[in-house]
Ligand binder design. Structure first.
Ligand SMILES: NC(=O)c1ccc[n+]([C@@H]2O[C@H](COP(=O)([O-])OP(=O)(O)OC[C@H]3O[C@@H](n4cnc5c(N)ncnc54)[C@H](OP(=O)(O)O)[C@@H]3O)[C@@H](O)[C@H]2O)c1
Length: 282
């Protein structure tokens, strides 16, 4: 392995933030460990890009995490300069209709996956310190809670609080932690969310507007291009930023809204922002 700085990124399927981050770090001269739970879903060009090593990594599997740690150790001699916890899953559902098993899966990927991956790579990061970094891709969903997003928002809020505690705890070890509060980014996330099906007797039904939008394959919000988002995040990481940073479409607005606006205004906007995915059924 050449003496380049190294970064490992979770969730690098084509079209997503992880894949865009992999390219952005590679362009800045890093050796990138691009990972995905299904490596076949990574952009095909990763097979030929110099300084990109593809690895399987499912953040909900201890065995998979251990195998990735072993592969990085072998390649670098026991160090990792940057870990990006990017992998995550959406869940759009009315709070009362959330399936507890699905909700646990969401927390497994979005929170426990981050916890377990970070713990496993921590010795390699500390070995690369000072200057090592953990980048956690959090969400504005944790700052302004919109309807139908309660479970996802809860998982991202848990992740962000963990991220911020980690920041304080790793500071003495020379490892910086960045909590990227992401606004809307144009990725596969909407397409990859499970179909909106509601249980019998639900207080809600899927709205006609949402059904049409899904049939047309449209996203709810057109976000910032993933490449633009990735460039900003890489600049933050390499520019010495620490703690929360707001990136992506609407992220700064959400910061303003959640920090300075009365609850009445926040509620009005939260409902408008989410639009009519569901409507009253009873
Ligand atoms: N897009 C946005 O507007 C937005 C806004 C705020 C925050 N975020 C956050 O940004 C991150 C990236 O999302 P994205 O928008 O790029 O969506 P995406 O295109 O759907 O990418 C999500 C990635 O996470 C992977 N993943 C899911 N579960 C995993 C697991 N158990 N182990 C390993 N990888 C797993 C997915 O793999 P598969 O392809 O196999 O499913 C995919 O590679 C997520 O954490 C998301 O919460 C996104």
């Amino acid at each position: 392995m050449p003496p380049k700085k190294t970064v490992l990124i979770t969730g690098c399927s084509a079209g997503g933030i992880g894949a865009a981050l992999a390219v952005a770090f590679q362009k800045r001269g890093f050796h990138v460990f691009a990972t995905a739970r299904d490596p076949a879903k990574m952009p095909p060009e990763f097979a030929h890009l110099p300084d990109v090593t593809r690895l399987p990594l499912d953040v909900t599997s201890r065995a998979s995490i251990d195998a990735a740690v072993a592969a990085v150790r072998k390649a670098t001699g026991g160090t990792l300069d940057i870990l990006v916890n990017n992998a995550g899953v959406p869940y759009v559902v009315p709070a009362l209709d959330a399936d507890v098993r699905v909700a646990r899966d969401v927390f497994d990927a979005n929170f426990f996956g981050v916890l377990e991956t970070t713990k496993a790579f921590a010795p390699l990061l500390v070995a690369a310190a000072p200057g090592a970094i953990v980048v956690n891709i959090c969400s504005t969903a944790a700052h302004i809670t919109t309807p139908w997003m309660g479970v996802y928002a809860a998982s991202k809020a848990a992740m962000e609080q963990y991220s911020e505690a980690l920041r304080l705890e790793l500071r003495p070890y020379g490892v910086r932690v960045l909590s990227v509060v992401a606004g809307a980014v144009a990725t596969n996330m909407t397409a990859s969310s499970p179909p909106l099906t509601l249980p019998e007797g639900s207080f809600f039904r899927v709205s006609e507007e949402e059904t049409k939008r899904r049939e047309a394959g449209e996203s709810f919000i057109k976000g910032m291009p993933a490449e633009v988002f990735a460039e900003k995040v890489v600049s933050d990481a390499l520019g010495g930023v620490t703690g929360r940073v707001y990136r992506g479409l609407g992220a700064t607005f959400v910061w303003f809204l959640s920090s300075w606006c009365p609850r009445l205004v926040q509620d009005k906007l939260a409902v408008t922002m989410r639009g009519g995915a569901f409507e009253r059924a009873l």
